[in-house]
Design a protein around this ligand. Structure first.
Ligand SMILES: *[C@@H]1O[C@H](CO)[C@@H](O)[C@H](O)[C@H]1NC(C)=O
Ligand SMILES: *[C@@H]1O[C@H](CO)[C@@H](O)[C@H](O)[C@H]1NC(C)=O
Ligand SMILES: *[C@@H]1O[C@H](CO)[C@@H](O)[C@H](O)[C@H]1NC(C)=O
Ligand SMILES: *[C@@H]1O[C@H](CO)[C@@H](O)[C@H](O)[C@H]1NC(C)=O
Ligand SMILES: *[C@@H]1O[C@H](CO)[C@@H](O)[C@H](O)[C@H]1NC(C)=O
Ligand SMILES: *[C@@H]1O[C@H](CO)[C@@H](O)[C@H](O)[C@H]1NC(C)=O
Ligand SMILES: *[C@@H]1O[C@H](CO)[C@@H](O)[C@H](O)[C@H]1NC(C)=O
Length: 320
């Protein structure tokens, strides 16, 4: 017994002192996190597109971690693939991070730092893949390869710990639902059934492609620790089981949003807005027709914080 216990102790110590052998990060190891992504993650202004704080701001508080937020609203992975007039990861976020790292503005110990990548919302959506990219050779394949390339470039620059967040079920947002209405993101004529069906396919295929590409990448990155975070599963569970997540004073609401504005097709008429206030807001999955609510962001933050602080988490799989 004593011998077995010492063996166990030795292994436990090994796991603590040589994190590069173990899968995942150790409790207490991570002190900083660096984000790349779009409005779902943009913590650079307030109130954010989610109507409050972005999830990283909550995560920094929950986990007592230093946040370095490079994610920017409106971003796609690369404007060479899906052009939108916002700072993409490839053309701006990554260069900004690498510049700051190279010129000494940012000095982060790779052991103590984890990098999050959550991209796809705009790449897949209106004015991009859904309505036709302006780069004719672009498809869901290139767009997801790009997300993988971001991780690879970060690794090559010295980063070692990563969380790749997959795309949430965009077909469950109001913008891409089959019961959608003209809104701030799209007020032109369209077939909502077709959009809903197509978006569901893009998201499911995009996530599967990413997962297969990640599995192929992992063995080529020695000493890396890569977690795959299933945002799709988490948001699907929030949608199906709202009673487990939402604590506001209104009835649970996963099909409407806190800040709903109904436009008139092809018209400049003022939209008709319905706004949930105060403690009612925490009953909603969505803030507006495209963005998660503050309570959803707190849930994302709670789950991602658990991953960053080395706890096991049902939505995350450590691939290395
Ligand atoms: C990064 O540095 C290069 C060279 O100094 C500069 O041209 C570029 O604008 C910088 N990019 C960002 C996003 O700061
Ligand atoms: C370092 O790079 C960042 C991003 O390009 C830039 O904003 C900053 O001014 C640079 N700092 C120095 C000291 O060169
Ligand atoms: C939307 O799709 C769901 C599931 O396929 C279906 O039950 C529902 O009737 C559809 N609603 C509309 C407005 O088309
Ligand atoms: C919308 O698209 C669906 C699926 O392709 C089709 O069945 C339906 O007839 C279309 N509706 C209109 C109004 O064109
Ligand atoms: C959900 O919220 C919307 C407002 O966006 C409202 O119209 C709808 O009635 C609410 N649904 C439920 C089930 O409370
Ligand atoms: C929420 O507050 C806004 C602004 O004060 C008001 O216009 C709106 O009617 C309120 N919503 C509800 C459901 O009371
Ligand atoms: C709901 O729970 C979150 C913690 O997840 C808390 O911050 C928030 O204040 C709660 N909302 C209400 C209305 O009680």
């Amino acid at each position: 017994m004593a011998f077995l216990q010492s063996v166990k102790l030795v292994f436990a110590l090994l796991a603590l002192t040589t994190p590069s052998w173990a899968v995942g990060v150790a409790p207490g190891q991570i002190k900083n996190f660096v984000t790349f992504g779009d409005s779902y993650t943009d913590s650079s202004y307030y109130p954010t597109a989610d109507g409050g704080y972005a999830w990283p701001t909550w995560a920094a508080m929950y986990g007592d971690l230093n946040l370095y937020g490079f994610a920017r609203s409106g971003a796609t992975c690369s404007n060479l693939l899906t052009y939108r007039p916002f700072p993409p990861i490839m053309g701006w976020q990554l260069p900004a991070y690498l510049n700051e790292t190279n010129n000494g503005t940012l000095e982060l110990n790779p052991e103590e730092t984890i990098y999050t990548i959550w991209i796809g919302t705009n790449d897949l959506g209106v004015n991009a893949l859904l309505t036709g990219s302006d780069a004719p050779a672009t498809s869901i394949v290139e767009v997801r390869q790009c997300a993988i390339d971001v991780l690879k470039i970060l690794y090559e620059s010295g980063a070692r710990n990563f969380i790749m967040q997959n795309i949430l079920p965009l077909d469950l947002t109001i913008l891409y639902s089959n019961y959608s209405y003209p809104n701030t993101y799209w007020d032109l004529e369209r077939n909502t059934t077709e959009w809903n069906v197509y978006m569901k396919e893009l998201v499911r295929a995009g996530n599967e492609i990413t997962s297969l590409m990640l599995d192929a990448l992992v063995p080529t990155l020695p000493d890396a620790h890569i977690a795959s975070f299933d945002s799709h599963g988490l948001f699907t569970d929030m949608y199906n089981n709202p009673q487990n997540y939402f604590n506001g004073t209104a009835p649970h609401n996963v099909t409407g949003c806190i800040h709903s504005c109904v436009y008139t097709v092809d018209s400049t008429a003022e939209p008709a807005c319905t706004i949930a206030n105060g403690t009612d807001a925490d009953s909603f999955l969505w803030y507006d027709e495209l963005h998660p609510s503050q309570q959803s962001d707190r849930i994302v933050a709670r789950e991602i914080t658990a991953v960053m602080t080395g706890e096991s988490n049902q939505w995350a799989t450590w691939l290395s």
